[in-house]
Write a protein that binds this ligand. Structure first.
Ligand code: GLV
Ligand code: MN
Ligand code: MN
Length: 394
């Protein structure tokens, strides 16, 4: 899989609904068919593979993650949970195990949200948290429409993207942070995921020749944005708690060294376990944005693009993950996920838990993203145990 979209520095670039996403999906579907799974593709491009259970009428145990990546991303984010689930299904097959409940493996469309904002839209629509047609109408920075790209790569399926009963959902993932490595742990069991707030800021200025135009009286949209971006950076210090706030994307127009910028788009990402703290932080940030825009004579438009409340996973399933790790002799830690995952939306539909393994140096969303193969194996073993336990439940 890491060969599809491989970058020269050892990472992966497999942005959602691109040709590389399609190639990886095709390979995934081939592997599902090789395991004789019943493959379904829904109208969001989510791919499901079902293995029958002894009592096939029972709600299935589901697991999976995502195939798409960040631009210049890593080889593990998302795909580890997809390949881990596949490995579990293959192991169950090789050992001729018939589970009581059916098992379903899933690849969710556009978990990353980097090409088309917001993130986690495949699971979000499936869970009825997001509107399908709103997601279809999202546009990337080159003007491509989500639904057109979904159609183009051949993954706009006919099955409605609508939730069905799920007995338990497990998502296996790299930690993407420094905690497990620092604590010398092999497995992490997050109690849940922080809230995610995404905003898109649009500024207008007045373009002009940079030489003859005096400094006084300029309406430089990039300078207004610069001031705003530093407000974002100091926000966590002001609010306290576990809040993090980031500007990761900016477009500057016309982007010429000798024209005063007259059009800016930038993004704001705010996260915390405390939804109210994130909301208060945004309220104060919004006020300072408006003050800066006003003072600099740069009209502002703010889109409140996306909000997902923090999610607290099912206590019993989280304990099951910790117990499985303990039975297998892997040191394990209860923690919080600062990264967003489809598990956040799945948690609104079914009892959900995640399994984390360490990220070397705490690096993720970068090409050097790495995890020891022995840790990958450990996480997959914990996933296998947890799935078997849930699949045996009446
Ligand atoms: C998902 O990759 C996130 O932004 O946490
Ligand atoms: Mn991920
Ligand atoms: Mn990611």
């Amino acid at each position: 899989m890491a060969k599809i979209g491989a970058t020269s520095a050892g990472g992966v670039e497999r942005l959602t609904l691109t040709d590389t996403d399609k190639q990886a999906r095709d390979l995934f579907v081939k592997w599902l068919e090789r395991l004789d799974l019943e493959v379904r593709i829904d109208e969001m491009g989510n791919i499901f593979g079902k293995r029958v259970g002894k009592n096939d009428a029972l709600a299935p145990v589901m697991s999976g993650s995502h195939i798409d990546s960040q631009p210049k991303g890593g080889r593990f984010d998302g795909i580890l949970g997809v390949m881990g689930s596949l490995e579990v299904l293959q192991t169950i097959d090789e050992n001729n195990i018939k589970t009581m409940r059916p098992l379903v493996i899933v690849n969710w469309t556009n978990e990353e949200g980097s090409r088309f904002a917001p993130a986690m839209v495949g699971s979000g629509v499936w869970a009825s948290a997001l509107e399908r047609d709103w997601v279809y109408s999202r546009i990337d920075r080159n003007g491509y429409l989500f639904v057109d790209e979904l159609e183009r790569i051949g993954y706009r399926g006919s099955v409605p993207a609508r939730k069905w009963p799920v007995h338990a959902y497990y998502e296996y993932h790299i930690e993407q942070g420094p905690v497990l490595e620092r604590e010398g742990m092999v497995v992490g069991a997050p109690k849940g995921i922080v809230c995610l707030h995404w905003y898109d800021i649009y500024l207008r200025g007045e373009a002009n020749q940079v030489g003859p135009t005096p400094m006084a009286g300029r309406h430089d949209a990039l300078c207004a944005a610069a001031e705003m971006i530093l407000k974002v950076n100091i926000l966590p210090e002001k609010t306290g708690g576990d809040l993090v706030a980031t500007v990761g994307e900016i477009q500057n127009y016309p982007n010429s060294r000798n024209i005063i910028p007259d059009k800016i788009h930038f993004t704001v990402d705010i996260r915390s376990w405390d939804d109210r703290l994130a909301q208060q932080a945004w309220n104060s940030l919004r006020n300072s944005f408006e003050e800066i825009a006003d003072r600099r004579g740069c009209p502002i438009r703010i889109e409140e693009t996306w909000r997902v409340a923090h999610s607290r996973f099912d206590a019993q399933l989280v304990q099951r993950v910790l117990d499985a790790a303990q039975d297998l002799g892997y040191p394990a830690l209860r923690m919080v996920s600062g990264a967003g995952h489809d598990a956040s939306y799945m948690n609104q539909v079914a009892p959900t838990a995640m399994i984390f393994v360490p990220s070397i140096g705490g690096r993720s969303h970068v090409e050097v993203e790495n995890t020891l193969w022995t840790d990958c194996e450990a996480g997959a073993n914990v996933l296998l145990r947890s799935i078997l336990k849930s699949a045996a439940e009446a």
